[in-house]
Write a protein that binds this ligand. Structure first.
Ligand SMILES: [Zn+2]
Length: 379
């Protein structure tokens, strides 16, 4: 989902990013405003370029409104000490990227409610400004855009209040259930199931609308339904995994005596004796006791074949980065998050400049499936 995104700017310390899919939405919004809403609602007729400018202003306003919504989530999260890595806007709106789950039902409730509440507030402010503008006879070109922003913020609030986890409404539902029975797993399951049911309803509704003859409108319902379904299933699994791994230090899953590479061997030796033998993409380079660097197939690929025989590993290895290292006492949930973010299956467990061992995705998942199997009756 977050494949091609670019960082735009920082706001209150949160990086605001845009997924390329958002560009599609921006174009669609500008186009439908310029061709549909504005020409049909204005009293007078204007040159076509005016409508396009208004459409662009509407799209930018929508963009700012979504950032405002996500920022409210993030600020409440920050208030409760939950780290938020940034805000990403994609085709259906925005996501405040949480690295950890809230610790209790109240925090979750406040965090989830902050978004829709801020959108309603912003919508009311825009309604107020539009009212003021009409009273003072501002040009209708301007008040029409403000009117649009007022209504779109209310739509944002309502859309996000759909009780389908992980939408805000679903989070509110989960927080309420969680507070009621003090069982996060059960609450998540019910909220995610509500999300699934709701998404199927949306898809059926979309199909009916298509048959009715409104292809584009119906198609949107179907896409949104599929999106909610996928998100609901994924976040349920994520919660189960996080709960099972929370509080388990990485050191517990660590494999001792990992395969390491000495810095003086050649790239050809590395490939013959290590890559083709162990099938790993990355190897730690160890000199004596010290972790000297990391060598991966990526660096080998950049080297011309003729140079394999003569180049030592130490000449092309890179500094090991936070991408492939983790501290021994770090939480296993952190290791799992890092693996999925970076798309790697092994992390080196380090202490200072010493390599202690390796932690692998396979071991983490094996532990998870055992734990979930044994404790599944805990409902
Ligand atoms: Zn929200």
């Amino acid at each position: 989902m977050f494949g091609n995104r670019i960082t735009l700017f920082k706001l209150f310390g949160f990086a605001v990013r845009v997924d390329m899919s958002w560009v599609v939405l921006a174009v669609l919004v500008t186009w439908s405003l310029a061709k549909g809403r504005f020409p049909s609602t204005l009293n007078e007729t204007y040159p076509q370029s005016y409508y396009w400018l208004m459409g662009a202003a509407g799209a930018i306003g929508l963009f700012a409104s979504i950032i405002f919504h996500e920022l409210s989530h993030s600020l409440v999260a920050k208030q409760y000490g939950l780290p938020i890595s940034g805000i990403t806007l994609f085709i259906f709106g925005g996501v405040a990227e949480m690295e950890e789950q809230p610790e209790n039902a109240k925090t979750e409730l406040l965090m989830a409610a902050a978004g829709p509440a801020s959108s309603v507030l912003l919508g009311l402010v825009f309604y107020g400004v539009a009212f003021f503008g009409k009273y003072h006879q501002w040009p209708e070109l301007i008040t029409a855009v403000i009117d649009y922003l007022a209504s779109i913020n209310i739509v944002l609030a309502v859309f996000n209040l759909i009780p389908a986890f992980p939408m805000d409404g679903g989070r509110i539902l989960r927080a309420a259930l969680w507070g009621w029975k003090d069982n996060l797993r059960w609450a998540t399951r019910i909220a995610a199931r509500a999300g699934s049911v709701f998404s199927v309803l949306l898809i059926i509704m979309g199909a009916l609308i298509v048959m009715w003859g409104n292809f584009i409108g119906g198609f949107w319902f179907i896409i949104i339904g599929m999106f909610i379904k996928r998100a609901a299933d994924m976040s349920y699994q994520q919660v189960i995994m996080t709960r099972a791994l929370q509080g388990e230090p990485v050191g517990r899953f660590m494999r001792l005596n990992p395969v390491t590479v000495p810095p003086h061997i050649t790239i050809r030796e590395l490939i013959e004796d290590y890559v083709y033998r162990y099938h790993y993409k990355m190897f730690p380079v160890v000199e004596g006791e010290r972790l000297a660097g990391c060598i991966s197939t990526r660096q080998v690929k950049e080297l011309p074949r003729e140079a394999w025989e003569s180049t030592p590993v130490s000449a092309v290895m890179e500094q090991c980065s936070a991408e492939n290292c983790i501290q021994q006492e770090a939480d296993a949930t952190k290791a799992l998050a890092r693996m999925s973010q970076r798309g790697v299956s092994r992390l080196m467990v380090v202490s200072g400049d010493r390599l202690l061992g390796m932690v692998t995705l396979k071991d983490l998942l094996q532990f998870l499936s055992l734990k979930i199997e044994l404790e599944d009756n805990e409902r």
